[in-house]
Design a protein around this ligand. Structure first.
Ligand SMILES: Cc1cc2nc3c(=O)[nH]c(=O)nc-3n(C[C@H](O)[C@H](O)[C@H](O)COP(=O)(O)O)c2cc1C
Length: 197
């Protein structure tokens, strides 16, 4: 076989493997999206700082209006603080068993046009990135509401010393899942309107 033929075959092989890698990445993304679920049952295993850092970085990769990134994140691993949070949040009792929590915060002053709606939308996108990153790492988490409930935001602000001008959007307890929580199939054909409503 000539040298040229060998080079050509090599190029084909490399191109093929690049495409295979792209396909694998695409499947990974869809797999994570469809396997994400609210996880409310955790083992006693801790969550590593390395994983928490990866998760928060994924949050910061979210899009935001005019790239204003009005978000910030409080990461909690201290057992006492997790329990204090749980005590005042009626629908976040899973915090008692969670290894950590991430509180996605947002600041209207830092959003485009200082618009509160945009601040909440931007930080919600960061929140979804965080939920997907948690799933991708084999961990589990659940968005529990702080915003728009005054009492829940007040409790989060008090426990975590969050300034009044900062909105604690949610509290995301996370940990190693026991495996009982499963993804739901939410596909509904009638929700899609092709070309017109
Ligand atoms: C804005 C918002 C608020 C939520 N608040 C709570 C909450 O306070 N407690 C809770 O257990 N789950 C809460 N959830 C989780 C939802 O119950 C959950 O996403 C929904 O039932 C769909 O299930 P899935 O996440 O497993 O797909 C909240 C989710 C969103 C988006």
């Amino acid at each position: 076989m000539s040298r040229m033929c060998i080079s050509f075959l090599m190029c084909l092989l490399i191109a093929g493997s690049v495409h295979a890698q792209e396909d694998a990445n695409m499947k990974d993304t869809f797999f994570v999206i469809h396997s994400r679920k609210s996880v409310r049952n955790f083992t006693d295993a801790p969550v590593s700082k390395i994983d928490l850092d990866k998760i928060v970085r994924a949050g910061m990769a979210a899009p935001s209006a005019v790239n204003m990134q009005p978000w910030s994140f409080v990461v909690v691993t201290d057992r006492k603080k997790l329990d204090e949070l749980a005590a005042g949040l009626p629908y976040a009792k899973m915090l008692f068993k969670a290894g950590a929590a991430i509180i996605v915060c947002t600041e209207p002053e830092k959003a485009y046009d200082q618009n509160k709606d945009l601040a909440v939308i931007d930080a919600s996108l960061a929140g979804e990135n965080i939920l997907l990153a948690i799933e991708a790492l084999g961990l589990g988490g659940v968005w529990t509401a702080a915003y728009p409930y005054e009492d829940r935001m007040k409790h989060a602000r008090t426990v975590l010393r969050i300034p009044q001008k900062v909105i604690p959007l949610n509290v995301i307890p996370l940990g190693v899942p026991t495996g009982v929580d499963k993804p739901k199939d939410k596909y509904k054909k009638e929700k899609i309107h092709w070309e017109k409503w």
